[in-house]
Design a protein around this ligand. Structure first.
Ligand SMILES: NC(=O)c1ccc[n+]([C@@H]2O[C@H](COP(=O)([O-])OP(=O)(O)OC[C@H]3O[C@@H](n4cnc5c(N)ncnc54)[C@H](OP(=O)(O)O)[C@@H]3O)[C@@H](O)[C@H]2O)c1
Length: 329
């Protein structure tokens, strides 16, 4: 089945954190389809809860105390996959989840004799400017230094993250781009393909002890091209609204003094910085020597295309693709 051998006579057990999330849900399904026993940890239950090889334990992953107590339960796991991500991207939450919760999972992993730790990270940490990116990198470094066999998966944009304007377009509104809409690009990947890639890290020795940037099937696509594709599929005349990305900087500067006295405004300011980042940076491999993003060097995986995804969403709606607090991107 895999090079992950079970600790005992039962199915190999993978502890999964984030099984209620967009990617985590798919990872859970993929693991179950591949014959693993899934032990899910988290604050909410996943929809897969009635599968006979699925088990959920309600626990506060951010709490060192609860996690240490759980580690003493004497259970063993074969591998751990973390698909956690801050729901808000707020400064405090980012550190609590991206660093704190993942650190607790790593401790648990070591105490429960896990052989592997697969971390879902993000390609944008290559050029960090945001709090959640610094928190992710701090944990990546911690994981690498721990000595456990690891795979750090850094995907480019998810399909859902490029679908936030579909309803506006259907309602006759313009497609919003920053600058001329050609300054950034990504190689989007579907949740199914990414889950397949993540679960493959348990099996493929070439993906072990590596940091793995990963995109979907190419070529890369710019915001203008996304809009053009959507207008074509909707059979509507292209209609773009061009906004200057500097607007994020101006708003950030205006609210800077208030952010010093209010955590709410400080989080709002961080959210604006996130907006500016995605309006100006590509989600592609960053070539350090040439100091530019490289579409060619961004590895590709899977076969699901953005165009098919858009067709599906136009036909059946966005159910299951909810953007939550990430709606802006
Ligand atoms: N969006 C993109 O295009 C993109 C691209 C590359 C990488 N990424 C990264 O991929 C990762 C996963 O993304 P996603 O869209 O699948 O995320 P998501 O749908 O927001 O799911 C996040 C998961 O983390 C859990 N979580 C958050 N805060 C928690 C807490 N305090 N305690 C326990 N569990 C907590 C959530 O559990 P609950 O259900 O209990 O909230 C959920 O299971 C993120 O780290 C993100 O940065 C995203």
């Amino acid at each position: 089945m895999t090079d992950i051998e079970s600790n005992g006579s039962q199915l190999p057990t993978v502890l999964l954190a984030g099984a209620t999330g967009y990617i985590g849900k798919h990872v859970c399904e993929t693991l179950l389809n591949r014959g693993f026993h899934v032990l899910s940890l988290g604050r909410g239950k996943s929809k897969t809860e009635d599968h006979r090889n699925f088990e959920h334990i309600s626990i506060d992953i951010c709490s060192d105390k609860e996690m240490t107590e759980f580690a003493r339960s004497g259970r063993q796991i074969d591998a751990l996959i973390s698909c956690l991500g801050s729901r808000t991207g707020g400064r405090r939450d980012a550190w609590a989840v991206e660093f704190g919760a993942n650190k607790n999972l790593l401790n648990l992993s070591l105490l429960m004799s896990s052989k592997k730790f697969v971390l879902l990270s993000a390609i944008c940490v290559q050029r960090p400017r945001l709090e959640f990116q610094f928190a992710k990198i701090a944990f990546e470094d911690h994981l690498i230094a721990s000595g456990i066999t690891y795979s750090i998966v850094r995907p480019t944009a998810y399909f859902k993250s490029l679908a936030g304007q579909i309803e506006n377009l259907k309602a006759g509104k313009a497609f919003v781009v920053f600058g001329k809409g050609v300054g950034t690009a990504c190689k989007p990947i579907s949740a199914k393909d990414l889950s397949d890639y993540i679960c493959g890290c348990l099996e493929d020795p070439k993906r072990q002890n590596k940091v793995l940037p990963i995109g979907g099937p190419g070529p890369s696509i710019t915001p203008i091209e996304q809009g053009e594709m959507l207008f074509r599929l909707l059979d509507k005349k292209p209609n773009f609204c061009y906004l200057p990305s500097i607007m994020f900087r101006i708003i950030s500067a205006l609210i800077a003094p208030l952010s010093l006295i209010s955590e709410k405004i400080s989080n709002l300011r961080e959210f604006i910085h996130i907006g500016h980042y995605y309006a100006t940076e590509s989600m592609l491999f960053w070539d350090e020597t040439k100091e530019r993003y490289s579409s060619k060097e961004t590895p590709e995986y899977g076969c699901d295309t953005l165009e098919n995804f858009y067709c599906e969403v136009l036909k059946s709606g966005m159910e299951g693709q909810e953007l939550g607090d990430h709606k802006l991107f």
